[in-house]
Design a protein around this ligand. Structure first.
Ligand SMILES: Nc1ncnc2c1ncn2[C@@H]1O[C@H](COP(=O)(O)OP(=O)(O)O)[C@@H](O)[C@H]1O
Ligand SMILES: [Mg+2]
Length: 403
């Protein structure tokens, strides 16, 4: 039988304290969000829990994490503030218990359908920090009995701790990223500064002028690429990107990527071959984001290839995944470089001289593939070439997950 109420109540408050300490020490936002939902389900004895973050600019809430990732609950799924329980909580800034969710007019029905959640009962609490509502924490379907006032108190208290932890991790993430960006900006800035200084000298020879102007052009291009990639990454890392899930035909996607990069390949005399042996090439995912991944891998395979080299794109089914491999005949990467490839701003030694870049492309690719529950593998042989393989699950209706 159940333990006496008092001791169980005491235990639950002790558990709240433990969980709160655990949250406070977690600076990785994605990991933090998953710990918060796990804690909410645990504390409130609920079947599931989820967290929605509020985007004040758009006036929308987005699902960010849920305990039941087997359920097709999609990260980034937008929920309007009107006609949703979460929206009601944001507007009223107070917790709510709903005993019969299916018959509550505030339930946003398309969410229910979209995520196939059979919500019977629901307990929700706002995430408030410094007087601002930043989201909503929901516990869904009490395992036995109904949500009671102790559950409300516990979830509200957890929500307060969670909100502070989320804000901390966002600030940490931003300061970290910005510090790295500023560091990266130093080199092009100082190159530009020197060029302008030299151009200003009255005795600047005309061949030097042409060279300096070209350099200024290259460096400003690089700065603008850096700005775009940086924004992409910081939005992905702070969970502010919405993924749209649909059927994506990889065969089709590859054709459209080749169209984009064909002229760049031709300029360097590089041949592109495709070898698609998979019969089924359709997966679930975000077509634009997957295109971004393939384009970066293909453009790397061209940039870092030798003149008149070859790029081979292969698509095979393997172990329940669709595997897209992109191989080149470039200089290859040694073990040391392979170990750092997916770090922000990393560029292998000597790369600077071969081609312009930001060192952010692969980090962005990995993030996007993670959301698709896939992975990227690399193998390389110095002097022979490099192969990047993207594994994406072939199963139908696999949900995108939180990163
Ligand atoms: N196909 C490849 N062959 C050799 N080196 C590569 C290849 N792809 C990526 N790299 C190395 O990994 C680094 C990071 O790649 P990426 O993140 O796409 O940045 P970028 O292309 O902007 O340099 C590159 O700068 C390069 O040193
Ligand atoms: Mg790149």
């Amino acid at each position: 039988m159940d333990k006496p109420a008092i001791s169980s109540s005491l235990e639950r408050y002790q558990r709240l304290i433990e969980l709160s300490c655990d949250l406070a020490s977690q600076l990785n936002l994605n990991e933090l969000l998953f710990r918060i939902v796990a804690a909410a389900a645990d504390l409130c004895d609920a079947e599931q829990a989820s967290i929605l973050l509020y985007d004040a600019l758009k006036g929308e809430l987005h699902f960010e994490a849920a305990t039941n990732m087997d359920n097709p609950l999609m990260r980034g799924f937008a929920v309007p503030v009107e006609n949703s329980i979460a929206g009601w909580i944001v507007t009223n800034r107070e917790p709510v218990i709903i005993e019969d969710a299916q018959h509550d007019p505030r339930l946003y029905n398309s969410v229910g359908k979209a995520v196939q959640l059979s919500t019977r009962s629901l307990l929700g609490a706002p995430l408030i920090t410094k007087g601002k509502v930043i989201g909503v924490l929901e516990a869904i379907n009490k395992r036995s009995g109904v949500f009671n006032h102790e559950d409300v108190d516990l979830l509200a208290a957890l929500g307060g701790q969670a909100a502070v932890a989320i804000e901390n991790s966002r600030l940490f993430l931003q300061s970290d990223l910005i510090a790295e960006l500023v560091h990266e900006l130093r080199t092009p800035m100082s190159a530009l500064n020197t060029a302008v200084h030299l151009l200003n000298r009255p005795d600047s020879p005309s061949d030097q002028t042409a060279r300096l102007l070209r350099m200024i052009g290259d460096e400003t291009n690089r700065l603008s690429e850096l700005a775009t990639a940086f924004l992409d990454l910081s939005r992905l890392e702070s969970g502010r990107v919405q993924f749209k899930s649909g059927s994506v035909d990889i065969r089709h996607l590859i054709t459209s990527c080749i169209e984009v990069i064909a002229s760049r390949a031709a300029e360097r005399g590089i041949q592109i071959q495709t070898n698609i042996s998979a019969e089924l090439t359709t997966i679930q995912g975000d077509s634009d984001k997957l295109k971004q991944v393939l384009l970066n891998l293909l453009s790397n395979a061209i940039k870092y290839n030798k003149e008149n080299g070859r790029v081979t794109i292969e698509v095979i089914p393997y172990d329940g995944d669709l595997v897209i491999s992109i191989s080149d005949t470039g200089a290859g990467l040694n073990a040391e470089a392979l170990g750092h490839l997916f770090e922000r701003f990393y560029r292998a030694p000597g790369t600077e001289k071969i081609a312009a870049g930001t060192g952010l492309g692969l980090v962005i690719c990995k993030r996007i593939i993670d959301v698709h529950r896939g992975r990227i593998e690399v193998s390389s042989q110095v002097g022979v070439g490099t192969t990047f393989s993207v594994h994406l699950p072939l199963q139908k209706a696999i949900p995108l997950k939180g990163m």
